[in-house]
Design a protein around this ligand. Structure first.
Ligand code: ADP
Ligand code: MG
Length: 285
């Protein structure tokens, strides 16, 4: 069953579709998927994300979240509970001083009974690995920790889907890793549908499906292995390939016949081992 269904959606910020920043988008995301969305600045990724939980409404077409039309005012609360959003700036998402109060904020607003809130907060903090910070001051946390608290705040609403709009863009490398580990865990262990907008190719390579946007349209919607073999096409729309893939292309240029379908460190390591063991042919004798 589709958790997000985007049907022939066009959108313009000035309501004149002659200036549409999204044009005739069709996209269906099923429950349990892990989808990365790539695209150059201004290609429409954030706009698309905001359409996915009713922050913005389509100018044309419709968006269904777990079957609920985002244009229906009566459903908007339920839609926001089903599909939560994480934004780029960790500081803008903290609403309470103490970590556990922050996580409890949304379910409190929804009128969830106190014992149930306690249970959900504890569970959510455990899932994102922040249990021991429950009583800490939220604004003293690192960026990566703040993003994990923001994710816990969504988890406390029991969402089926989480949309993350460049959640690691403002984080240092260790913060990025923490957040990526958490996202993967949510998908693999909690079966939460993940839509990850990112400009890091290495992060997109962790998804099972990659959607590439260009100028308000979907250019590619394929597996990461497929997408990253198209280095030329990606470059033409201002995108790159993961470092591991880049290395394979460079080795090929030197006449070393490594496979190009390499998108992460593990696959890269395997190829390099084969190369060292003489299992890969080179033109250089
Ligand atoms: P991305 O997230 O891929 O960088 P956006 O969805 O933010 O792209 O932007 C898509 C287009 O819409 C860009 O041309 C951008 O300038 C424009 N845009 C984004 N937000 C607004 C806004 N609030 N008002 C008017 N135009 C906007
Ligand atoms: Mg954006």
């Amino acid at each position: 069953m589709a958790i997000i269904k985007i049907e022939n959606v066009s959108f313009s910020y000035d309501e004149d579709l002659a200036h549409a920043v999204l044009k005739n988008i069709d996209l269906e995301i099923n429950e349990g998927e892990f989808v990365a969305v790539l695209g150059h600045n201004g290609s429409g990724k954030s706009t698309l994300a905001k359409l996915m939980n009713g922050i913005l409404l389509p100018g044309e077409g419709r968006v269904l979240v777990d079957g609920m039309d985002t244009a229906d005012d009566n459903l908007i609360k339920e839609i926001r509970k089903t599909a939560g959003m994480v934004f780029q700036n960790p500081d803008n998402q903290i609403v309470a001083t103490i970590v556990e109060e922050d996580v409890a904020f949304a379910p409190e607003n929804l009128g969830v009974p106190p014992e149930e809130i306690r249970r959900r907060v504890d569970e959510a903090l455990a899932t994102v690995g922040m249990t021991k910070y429950a009583r800490h001051s939220a604004n003293k946390l690192s960026g990566g920790q703040k993003q994990r608290v923001a994710i816990a705040g969504l988890l406390a609403m029991k969402p089926k889907c989480i949309i993350l709009d460049e959640p690691t863009a403002m984080l240092d490398p260790s913060g990025r890793k923490e957040v990526m580990r958490t996202i993967k865990k949510l998908n693999e262990e909690e079966n939460i549908t993940i839509i990850l907008i990112t400009h890091y190719m290495d992060e997109a390579a962790k998804a099972k499906r990659v959607v590439v946007m260009n100028k308000g349209s979907i250019l590619l919607d394929e597996t990461p292995h497929y997408v990253f073999q198209n280095a030329g096409l990606l470059k033409s729309v201002g995108l790159d390939v993961p470092q591991s893939t880049e290395l394979m292309f460079a080795l090929r240029e030197k006449g070393i016949k490594v496979p190009l379908a390499v998108i992460n460190e593990k696959e890269c390591e395997e190829v390099l081992r084969d190369l060292l063991e003489g299992k890969i042919v080179t033109d250089r004798g």
